[in-house]
Design a binder for this molecule. Structure first.
Ligand code: EPU
Length: 346
């Protein structure tokens, strides 16, 4: 067996998902090269069983064992593809850690990823749900994606437009799930270290004011994001979580106006398609913030984050999520949509 491929059977997944939920994979292959990926895809388990691609497991609710083949994408490598003035194209292997990539690019003097600091997970998983934070989404800085197309059995290069990005969504997640296996992502970055992207986000501006920084750089923005995230979001290395558990719902302007009459403090931002309401605010108003139910609960500093303290099961977390959705619906008439993907047999 090649050194860039590791096969396991009945592999424990509990340390491979940031919620720390229990479950096993019948077969698990860790691939560290495109050749290893090919070898796995032409194996007997891949021909006979459903295949799931796995990154850092930071957007997964594991409800139990995964009966098929899990391919853990571990292709490494970061390289500059081209440089023209301040414009730099940089490619990263799908198995690189996302936060590691943001640190590396800043150390190389490149800006573009700073607002997306400290997001758990891998580079290959980032386009799947179009990760976003503090006014920036990966779609804003992504040049292209290299992937194996399982439908046509070909290598393809998809442009940002091909990826069909939307809020926490892409073709990889909703239109053609399972079709593409991302092996490399190329970014359009800038060698200027100017904070390229939106300083307008309140928390980031306030952090700079508090620090007395008048001329922000990409590095100070990254510091701000790290400080803000650390103060609100639980560290998955210490408390099991999958970041935001629900999307922020977008509701019609008329519905938001009506709700504001009953709830003047409603937190929402007008967008082209309606009003995006802070789901964390809705959940907090419904009384869930900081609540514990056995091994699972709602984070005490950010109600949009569900936590698992250890010893629980995916079904307990999903039952809690269902109760939260029902009570938010009852109180506000708003349907919350879950963000992480559910995997495994209940
Ligand atoms: N809020 C509350 N109570 C809470 C939480 C939030 O009232 O318990 C209100 C506050 O008014 C706050 C507002 O909601 O000002 C927004 O909260 P926050 O800035 O924490 O952001 P969010 O809308 O809850 C989104 C993303 C996060 C991202 C942050 C920062 C989604 C689903 N989540 O959260 O992304 O880090 O903005 O940009 O869009 C993730 O997707 O996993 C994630 C963490």
């Amino acid at each position: 067996m090649a050194a860039d491929l590791t096969w396991l059977e009945q592999a424990d997944l509990s340390r491979r998902n940031t919620l720390g939920l229990p479950g096993k994979a019948r077969f698990l292959a860790v691939v560290r090269s495109e050749a290893a990926l090919h070898e796995v895809l032409s194996s007997v388990p891949a021909a006979r069983l459903p295949v799931t691609i796995w990154g850092g497991g930071s957007n997964i609710v594991l409800q139990g064992d995964v009966d098929g083949l899990v391919i853990v994408m571990a292709i490494a490598g970061i390289r500059v593809c081209s440089r023209e003035g301040d414009d730099v194209l940089l490619a990263a292997g799908a198995g690189e850690s996302w936060h590691g990539l943001t640190r590396t690019t800043l150390a190389m003097g490149l800006s573009g990823l700073e607002n997306l600091s400290l997001i758990p997970g891998t580079v290959g998983a980032a386009p799947v749900q179009n990760i976003g934070a503090y006014g920036v989404e990966i779609k804003d800085v992504l040049a292209s994606v290299r992937a194996w197309d399982r439908e046509t059995s070909q290598w393809v290069t998809l442009s940002a437009a091909d990826c069909g990005f939307a809020y926490r969504d892409s073709v990889f997640k909703s239109v053609a799930p399972g079709r593409y296996i991302i092996t490399e992502v190329t970014f359009r970055l800038s060698a200027s270290l100017q904070p390229t992207l939106r300083m307008g986000y309140g928390d980031i501006r306030q952090w700079h004011e508090q620090q007395g920084i008048v001329r922000p750089t990409a590095n100070t923005v990254a510091q701000a994001v790290i400080a803000i995230r650390s103060s609100k979001l639980p560290d998955p290395a210490r408390i099991g979580n999958a970041g935001s558990f629900f999307k922020n719902p977008v509701i019609p302007v008329a519905q938001a106006d009506q709700l504001r009459q009953r709830f003047p403090a409603l937190v929402g931002h007008v967008q082209p398609d309606g009003v995006k309401v802070a789901a964390g605010w809705l959940i907090e108003q419904a009384g869930w913030k900081g609540l514990r139910r056995g091994a699972v609960g709602v984070h005490d500093r950010q109600a949009l984050v569900l936590v698992h303290e250890g010893g629980g099961r995916g079904s307990e977390l999903l039952a809690l999520a269902a109760d939260i959705r029902a009570s938010v619906h009852e109180m506000f008439g708003i349907e919350l949509e879950q963000e992480p993907v559910i995997l495994g047999r209940p």
